[in-house]
Design a protein around this ligand. Structure first.
Ligand code: GLY
Length: 426
């Protein structure tokens, strides 16, 4: 039996906490800082997720065995390395391995070395502005500009004119995204349909989790500003056995092999952000954690005991594990505060429906408990997850759930999954 500290406060962490709390191998679950959802299934703790010294102190006082890391920040700042010599185990990769997410240039170099398909790219620094503009002139449009570092999901621009691309390129190198864009990657635009694949790995062995597709733009029809994610569905109907085999052979296996060859310490999740161009999958990005809101559809579809899976991962027994997956389809629709992803107000009273069907769950994100009242506390507020016979049925139910929650200036996309419904008829 394990005492577990989970780090994070989003819908992803509520979904992870829910699954962890259901495990017979979980003794006590703490979440830092958590949210009203994680408080329903464990104990919330007021800790800064990048204050490793205080986290260690808390772990020692509460006999914590494992720290499970939800978001990327503590990983990129080296939480694995901080605890490396300690008996407390961190489920998340080392600081060096986290550069797969923390630096686009590092990830591109890794993919080039291990022959993993991705768009062609070149990285430029501030003293290469003119060279970079010349490079942009030589590309075809649209031009993709990526901040090299972490930019809270906002650091990727797809631009339709070379002049505008050159202006944005210069602004980025001059600090538009702070330190994250002190290096800028100029990439070939890949035109296709995006989807995401997830693996749990110990850097040598891996198991694949259910795949998902998320919807990043704020507006219906996938238009407008990028967000952290407005909804997701799982499974992805075009991810058939043939595509799965190709993704494993061309992307997943070479990536895990590369992690092994590089000698990275890696106990955790690999999130492969992929795009299907024609019949060929390419990597758009790696993340070294689960996605949000993808976790809110992927985790509910896992029937296996998540703690037992993580134990097998730490003990290098993952290749003996058979993942058991719920065959029903899942969708989640994110309720957000009006104005998100730009400015929005917080502290709005939330009213929830009195009863929730057992095939449905609200995962709490930017919410807080204020003297017994549930109030908004962020841009993404609540993920409405539902199961259905197929993703169309699941989305219908998620939309019904979304209608039943009320807070001032509530907004959600009603078209989650719609682009995939045609595949269901094939
Ligand atoms: N939904 C995208 C992400 O978690 O990065």
């Amino acid at each position: 039996m394990y005492n577990i500290l989970l780090l994070g406060s989003g819908g992803r962490e509520h979904a992870i906490a829910q699954k962890v709390s259901e495990s017979p191998l979980c003794n006590q679950l703490f979440t830092a800082p958590g949210n009203p959802g994680t408080a329903q299934v464990g104990t919330n703790v007021s800790l800064d997720i990048v204050d490793f010294f205080k986290i260690e102190d808390y772990c020692k006082k509460h006999n914590i065995h494992w720290v499970i890391v939800g978001p990327e920040q503590p990983l990129v700042e080296g939480i694995y390395d901080y605890f490396k010599e300690s008996p407390i185990r961190v489920f998340g990769p080392s600081k060096e391995a986290s550069l797969l997410e923390g630096s686009k240039t590092f990830a591109n170099d890794f993919m080039a070395k291990y022959n993993i398909p991705t768009g062609a790219s070149k990285t430029f620094t501030f003293d290469q502005i003119e060279e970079g503009k010349q490079f942009i002139d030589d590309q075809s449009i649209p031009i993709v500009l990526k901040a090299d570092g972490l930019a809270a999901g906002k650091g990727v621009l797809i631009i339709q004119s070379k002049e505008e691309a050159k202006e944005e390129f210069e602004k980025m190198l001059k600090g538009k995204f702070g330190d994250a864009s002190r290096q800028v990657v100029v990439e070939t635009f890949l035109d296709g349909v995006e989807f995401s694949v997830f693996a749990m790995t110990n850097g040598k062995e891996y198991i694949l989790l259910p795949e998902a597709k998320d919807y990043k733009r704020i507006g219906e029809g996938d238009v407008g500003l990028n967000t952290g994610g407005m909804g997701a569905v799982s499974p992805v109907p075009f991810f058939d056995e043939a595509l799965k085999t190709k993704v494993i052979e061309k992307i997943v296996s070479p990536t895990i092999n590369g992690i092994n060859e590089e000698g990275f310490d890696y106990y955790g999740f690999v999130f492969f952000g992929l795009i299907l161009v024609g019949n060929e999958p390419y990597v758009i990005e790696y993340n070294v954690r689960m996605g949000d809101p993808e976790t809110e559809v992927v985790f509910p579809r896992i029937d296996s005991d998540i703690i037992s899976l993580m134990e097998s991962c730490f003990e290098h027994r993952l290749n003996t594990v058979e993942l058991s997956t719920n065959l029903a389809s899942a969708s989640t629709v994110m309720l957000v505060s009006g104005g998100y992803p730009e400015t929005y107000e917080k502290n709005k009273l939330i009213t929830m429906p009195p009863n929730v069907n057992k095939n449905q769950q609200y995962f709490f994100a930017g919410t807080k408990n204020d003297k017994g009242e549930l109030r908004t506390n962020g841009g993404r507020v609540i993920a409405c997850t539902a199961f259905g016979n197929d993703i169309q049925d699941a989305v219908l139910k998620s939309n019904e759930m979304a209608e039943l929650v009320d807070f001032e200036a509530k907004y959600y996309r009603k078209d989650i999954g719609q682009d995939l419904f045609n595949y269901l008829k094939k």
